[in-house]
Structures are given as structure tokens and as C-alpha cells.
Design a protein around this ligand. Structure first.
Ligand code: GLU
Length: 415
């Protein structure tokens, strides 16, 4: 059977190919030489399946899509507190290459604008690292995200460096204001090298899937970034990933994303997929024309808007049977805060003399950390009130159900 997902992507690709509006970025001379017709789409699930269409082996320079990944690297090396002291998380409402600094602290407003990304680059690897060390560190981290060895495009690197006056100016201002102490030219050269790392659209999808999978690589199984780092990066992508179109993008598409001047767009849908699209012609906001169309359609057709969150909690309790001296509560699905709240509410309303309370978790997929704490607290209180609490948990979705003081619920094997 041909996968309907693949078929859908082919259809989407064919429908979008006709769009030929937009212009190539030309402020980096080498980018103006790109083939404007190249087009590719890739989608990788957090289970590690990739679907792709079009010129999916064609490499292009990552440009600004490097910014969320460099941010992830710096957060991993230095921690959130040290990074937040230097770079904020607010949208700017200004162009990506403005010196948008927070009043009072002079922190660049976020890591997705050039001032923020140059500062982040200065914090990669070890303090006092050389230009080469930082550039190598970046390529190495990006390669781990992609699950293959990535390289830099020398000609794009040189082309941008020769015309990088504005980024040099930003770096000098930042250094003058004490935002970083490293050599301004060296930091810009390293940042330009970071932007010149070559990827194809499948790499973008896999790198995105690693963030979607809370920092764990979907193929290699390596933990490349922590869960907190992945979440922090996505938060900034939501507010500032799509240049001045970030608000419109999030309301229309609802997928944390980052785009770059070479025509790539990275999308990350937490817990589901990473998506890459490449087509070099850009709209007036600097985003790939076809890329924006692909994401809009994908989001609508596949229901990917992040704020289309499912209704949690209301169906966590499958059934409750109240007998004379035994009550059985059957639970189901993924249990989060609202599901645990519903269970606790129902527990509190079970008016019965101390008797046996059985909780059947056979159909529960997972309890998140907060739901686990809340549920165990409920069990602890029932025990303290004199109930005999029994658990049916064949798949151990609630491992080590310690109720405190070495008290455990009684295990019952069969429902
Ligand atoms: N290297 C580019 C610059 O700093 C990246 C810009 C972008 O992709 O937004 O100007």
C-alpha cells in the first residue's frame, strides 16, 4: 500500500510548485546564484520515519535556521541562567538585523535576531575559545542533531564575510556596550560560518524531530539536548522565528518555526514531527513563498495547529463500579494535570465507609510527572482514611508507587 502521508505530500508539492512569486536574497552575493526553482519538503516523525518529496538531497546553507540550534547548544553548555543574563526572549517588532536591545540591560531582545545570535555564538564552546573551536563545536552539535556529518559551504562563507559590514557593526556595538568581550571580527566570522553549514531538507526535518522529541534523537537515540532546552528553544521560535511575520504565522499555522534567507523553513510540532521545506524565493518578510504555503496547507489539512489542543481530562475515568465493600475505578489514556484533577475529584466524592478501592490502570498509556504526584497523593489520603487501596497496573505505568513511609498500594494481578 502506498502511504497516504507520502501521497498527500506529493499532492501538496505538485499544487505548490506553480507558485513562482518572490525573490532570491541577494545581499549575500553567493545566495543570488541559487536555482530559484528548487523545491523540497520533508517530514520526520519522532518515531524516526521520514517522508520527503522533491529535491530532498539538494544542500543549501542553513543561514538563520542555525539560530535556534546554536541557542540550544549554548543553553546546553552554559545553562539557562547564564544565557538569559545575556540574551532575552521578547519579540522585537523590528527587522532581524536591527540592533534591538532591551532598555536598561542592553541584552539583545532574542536569539533569533542577528544581535542575539551573534551574542549567542560568542558563548558557544568554552569561554576564550578560538574562532575555529567555536565553528567546529557548532558543526559538531548540528551534526549530532542531524545524525550525520555536516559541513560548511566555503564559498557562501567567504561571500558573506566579504559583505558582512552590518553584522560587524552590530558586533562592535555589542562589544562596546559590554554584552560580550570576545573579538568582534572573530565572533562574526564564527557566526557567518555557523550560517554557512550545509543541510538538505531531510536534515532539517530530522533536526526538528529531535527538538519535537524533547531533545532525544529519533534515529540515533542520543540525548542531544535536555527536555528543558528543547522547550526553551521552541518558545522563542514561537515568538520570533518568522521575522516580522511571526504573529501571523503562529495564528495561521500554529507550528513553532524558523526560516532563513536561503529559503529554508524549519517547523517543530512538539511530541509529533519535525518539518523542513526548501524553496529559495522569498516574500517581502523574508520567508520562502512556497514554504509558507506548504506550512499553511499542512497545518490546515493535517490539523497541526498547536493550539488545537485535544480535550484532556474529561475521559480519563473510563468507568466506576461501586459495590458493597469494593469500588473499582478504571482509568484510561494519557493522564495529565486535568485528568488527575478529575480522578481526585471523583475520589473525594466516593462516599463510602472504609473499604477496598481498586484502581485499574490497564488502559492507561502514561501519567506525566504532575499527574503521578497528584494520583499518588490521592492514594495516600485514601490509605490514611483507612481504605485498602489496590492497583492493577500490568504495564507498570505507575512504577514504584511509594505512598510515603514505605507504604505501597496492594498489587492485584487481574482486573
Ligand atoms: N547569515 C545571514 C545574516 O546574518 C542570516 C540571515 C537570515 O537567514 O535571516 O545576515
Amino acid at each position: 500500500m502506498e502511504s497516504p502521508v507520502r501521497k498527500y505530500l506529493h499532492q501538496l508539492f505538485n499544487d505548490t510548485t506553480a507558485m513562482d512569486g518572490g525573490d532570491l536574497a541577494d545581499y549575500i552575493p553567493e545566495l543570488a546564484k541559487a536555482d530559484p526553482e528548487v523545491f523540497s519538503i520533508a517530514l520526520t516523525t519522532i518515531d524516526g520515519r521520514t517522508y520527503s518529496v522533491g529535491d530532498d538531497e539538494r544542500e543549501f546553507t542553513i543561514q538563520s535556521i542555525s539560530k535556534p540550534f546554536a541557542y540550544a547548544s549554548a543553553l546546553t553548555d552554559r545553562g539557562l541562567e547564564a544565557i538569559s543574563a545575556k540574551v532575552g526572549v521578547e519579540p522585537t517588532g523590528e527587522a532581524f538585523n536591527e540592533l534591538s536591545l532591551e532598555k536598561g540591560t542592553n541584552r539583545p531582545k532574542n536569539p533569533m535576531i542577528n544581535a542575539g545570535a551573534i551574542t549567542i555564538h560568542s558563548m558557544l564552546a568554552e569561554p576564550d575559545s578560538s574562532l575555529e573551536d567555536r565553528a567546529n563545536h557548532t558543526v559538531e552539535f548540528f551534526s549530532r542533531l542531524a545524525g550525520r556529518k555536516l559541513e560548511m559551504d566555503e564559498s557562501v562563507f567567504r561571500s558573506e564575510l566579504e559583505t558582512a559590514d552590518r553584522n560587524f557593526a552590530l558586533a562592535h556595538m555589542l562589544r562596546n556596550l559590554g554584552v560580550f568581550e570576545e573579538h568582534a571580527h572573530q565572533v562574526v566570522a564564527g557566526y557567518v560560518a555557523q550560517c554557512a553549514i550545509k543541510v538538505n531538507v531531510r536534515d532539517l526535518a530530522v533536526m526538528g524531530a529531535t527538538l519535537a522529541n524533547r531533545g532525544m534523537h529519533p534515529f540515533t537515540g542520543e540525548r542531544v539536548a535536555s527536555r528543558d532546552v528543547a522547550r526553551q528553544v521552541l518558545a522563542v521560535m514561537v515568538s520570533a522565528g518568522m521575522y516580522d511575520a511571526s504573529g501571523t504565522w503562529f495564528s495561521d499555522v500554529g507550528i513553532p518555526a524558523k526560516s532563513g534567507v536561503s529559503g529554508g523553513i524549519l517547523g517543530v510540532l512538539p511530541g509529533q514531527v519535525g518539518i523542513g521545506v526548501f524553496s529559495p524565493r522569498l516574500d517581502p518578510k523574508g520567508n520562502s513563498v512556497r514554504g509558507v504555503n506548504v506550512f499553511n496547507k499542512l497545518s490546515q489539512d493535517m490539523g497541526l495547529h498547536l493550539l488545537n489542543a485535544g480535550i484532556f481530562g474529561s475521559n480519563t475515568i473510563r468507568s466506576v463500579s461501586e459495590g458493597d465493600d469494593e469500588t473499582v475505578m478504571r482509568l484510561q489514556g494519557v493522564i495529565q494535570f486535568s485528568g488527575a484533577e478529575a480522578i481526585l475529584h471523583r475520589m473525594a466524592s466516593l462516599e463510602c465507609d472504609p473499604g477496598t478501592m481498586v484502581f485499574d490502570l490497564t488502559k492507561v498509556t502514561r501519567l506525566d510527572a504532575m499527574a503521578r504526584r497528584m494520583f499518588l497523593e490521592g492514594l495516600r489520603r485514601l490509605t490514611a482514611d483507612g481504605h485498602r487501596v489496590e492497583l492493577i497496573d500490568p504495564d507498570e505505568v505507575l512504577p514504584d508507587p511509594d505512598l510515603g513511609g514505605s507504604t505501597y498500594p496492594i498489587r492485584r494481578e487481574t482486573p
